[in-house]
Design a protein around this ligand. Structure first.
Ligand SMILES: Nc1ncnc2c1ncn2[C@@H]1O[C@H](COP(=O)(O)OP(=O)(O)O)[C@@H](O)[C@H]1O
Ligand SMILES: [Mg+2]
Length: 351
């Protein structure tokens, strides 16, 4: 029998392209070769797709790959993708990667793909809209204010007043659509606010100001099995910085993580599992997702960052929680593929 040709798409157009390379490389390395044929596909910063030789997957940066594309890779037009692969394993992160864009393209090309569909992916990316939806579903989220760029450019003083009168210091500012802590700032006093808003506006046209959550941060992978979604074992995050920064996320040996949690009582972990499942459903996620939040000192559980996708580097939450459930990387990767194939067979219209 012919093996399913799985295109592992990595790189991409977002601030997280290097994170994507790490994820994609790990997925590529761990894809079960008995069941699947792996085709590494690089998306460059202009959104063009290239089939790359497997040797390029081991490059340290996307720049190293880009320099060798013309001579070693084969450019494929979008409409040619279905001739190269039967299935897309999306290892892209951030804008154009897990926000519904590539999902929409794959829908048009009729190529099934990992993770949630167009709308759920877009919601997973938009921190403002996801909070509205979760709030409406009765799920706890941080108190937040939206600041649009035009409002900020028109009348900074009014924005400063509105935000600083609403939140006690410190509080957080962040772009509405980013990941990997890019553009996130802790606002300690009024002088930080301009810097925080400008840092976030580098990445989007709107900024979210958020109350500071004092508690323990957690991350929970929700995974479907035969169509039933269940959380894997929850991870407690113990950053070495003031919060869970880019370096804490990706620098080797830095952040401590505990799966299961060390400092969250078991009864609370059960409540976390209930809440992350509710968030997964409220946002229409399918197959898998990663729902992050905080367990606060006053006992509340808030959902802060539901992701329609997850980093897949070796020590990511994804593989750590899979291991805790007895699943090797290759096993959970196969599960994502088989989940997605079933979901795409059953869907009516785009996912
Ligand atoms: N309101 C908040 N209170 C406390 N810490 C926060 C808050 N918002 C963000 N953080 C910290 O910043 C990190 C990144 O923010 P997050 O909203 O998760 O964005 P990203 O999508 O980039 O991961 C979080 O993991 C957390 O450690
Ligand atoms: Mg986060």
């Amino acid at each position: 029998m012919e093996k399913l040709k799985v295109g592992v798409i990595l790189g991409g157009m977002s601030s997280e392209k290097e994170v994507s390379l790490n994820s994609g490389r790990n997925v590529y390395d761990n894809l079960d070769r008995e069941a699947y044929e792996a085709v590494p596909i690089f998306m460059d910063a202009d959104g063009r797709l290239w089939v790359i030789p497997w040797q390029l997957v081991s490059q340290n940066t996307t720049t190293d790959i880009v320099e060798r594309l013309e001579t070693e890779a084969r450019r494929i037009p979008y409409e040619g993708l279905a001739r190269e692969i039967d299935f897309a394993f999306i290892s892209l992160h951030g804008k154009y990667g897990d926000d519904g864009c590539i999902q929409g393209l794959l829908e048009l090309l009729r190529i099934p793909y990992t993770g949630p569909g167009v709308l759920a992916s877009a919601l997973g990316m938009d921190k403002h809209l996801q909070q509205k939806i979760l709030r409406a579903a009765g799920i706890g989220v941080p108190d937040s204010l939206l600041v649009r760029e035009e409002e900020w450019r028109r009348d900074r003083a009014a924005v400063r007043k509105r935000v600083c009168e609403h939140f006690p210091f410190p509080f957080f500012t962040k772009p509405i659509r980013e990941g990997s802590s890019v553009g996130v700032t802790v606002i300690r006093d009024g002088n930080d606010l301009d810097k925080g808003i400008e840092a976030a506006l580098e990445w989007d046209r709107a900024v979210l100001a958020e109350e500071f959550l004092d508690g323990i941060e957690f991350s929970s992978i929700v995974l479907e099995e035969d169509g039933v979604a269940r959380p894997l074992e929850v991870t407690e995050i113990m950053p070495q910085s003031e919060y869970f920064t880019y370096d804490d996320k990706y620098m080797p040996g830095r952040c401590r993580k505990f799966t299961p949690p060390k400092n969250i009582p078991a009864a609370m972990v059960e409540r976390i599992e209930t809440e992350v499942l509710r968030a997964f459903r409220a946002l229409g996620f399918r197959s898998y997702g990663r729902i992050d939040g905080f367990y606060l000192a006053d006992g509340r559980i808030l959902i802060t960052d539901p992701n329609s996708s997850s980093g897949m580097a070796p020590s990511s939450f994804f593989f750590e929680q899979a291991a805790s459930s007895g699943m090797l990387p290759s096993m959970i990767i196969s599960r994502l593929i088989e989940n997605a194939r079933r979901i795409h067979q059953e869907k009516c219209g785009p996912l």
